[in-house]
Design a protein around this ligand. Structure first.
Ligand SMILES: Nc1ncnc2c1ncn2[C@@H]1O[C@H](COP(=O)(O)OP(=O)(O)OP(=O)(O)O)[C@@H](O)[C@H]1O
Length: 200
């Protein structure tokens, strides 16, 4: 469970998109290694086939696609049960709803469900706590804990509210173009006490 904390605009989402290989977010230095394999030149679908998945900060607002259809489609490939996945993040009541018409918080839970459904080896999770109410945050935390049983998690966040439900094992601050001030969860307390700029 690796957290990257950083202020708005630090490049947290860009980092995850570059790791996932999203077009427009090219790696200009370094490499992306997945279980020792260099995947830097691979398309997102090829990275996904190797077990990498990304939960976007702002989930794609798919128009005309129902949540249940989306989960069934992903589960056909991965061999999961869409209803079981929906249960984990409590979105069973949304299965007949259109993805593009969900509220922000509902969309975050469904986005997490799509990542759980992929059964990834490594899950990149972008701001799981943003726009999520306190009760939904507990649900998101349970979903992430379930995911963490079988996958390595890299979570980026500027607030770290999710740490109440999902304690990190390692935390680094992304600031000024690099990873700084790495440690355990005490780094989160330091960020809350001193802010990002004074810390690095
Ligand atoms: N596709 C893009 N093209 C050009 N600039 C971009 C693009 N995506 C992001 N940026 C810029 O890169 C910087 C980092 O953005 P990014 O979304 O990675 O930050 P972040 O750390 O996730 O911030 P936040 O906490 O506000 O979500 C910002 O200044 C942003 O405007």
């Amino acid at each position: 469970m690796f957290y990257i904390l950083g202020p708005n605009g630090a490049g947290k989402s860009s980092l995850l998109k570059a790791v996932m290989g999203i077009p427009g977010y090219n790696v200009v230095g370094g490499r992306v290694l997945l279980n020792g394999e260099d995947v830097t030149g691979l398309k997102p679908c090829d990275r996904a086939a190797r077990g990498l998945a990304l939960a976007f900060q702002t989930p794609p607002r798919l128009q005309g696609v129902k949540v249940g259809t989306l989960l069934r489609h992903i589960c056909r490939k991965s061999g999961c049960d869409p209803h079981e996945v929906a249960k984990v993040v409590e979105v069973e009541h949304l299965l007949d709803r259109e993805v593009g018409k969900l509220s922000g918080g509902e969309g975050k839970r469904v986005e997490l469900a799509t990542v759980i459904a992929q059964r990834p080896k490594v899950a990149l999770v972008d701001e799981p706590d943003s726009g999520v109410d306190v009760e939904s945050l507990a649900v998101v935390g349970r979903g992430l804990r379930a995911l963490a049983e079988t996958a390595a998690l890299l979570v980026v966040t500027h607030s770290a509210h999710i740490a109440r439900h999902l304690p990190p094992t390692r935390v680094c601050v992304l600031h000024g173009g690099g990873l700084r001030r790495c440690g355990g969860r005490e780094v989160i307390e330091e960020v809350f006490s001193y802010g990002f700029s004074k810390l690095v």
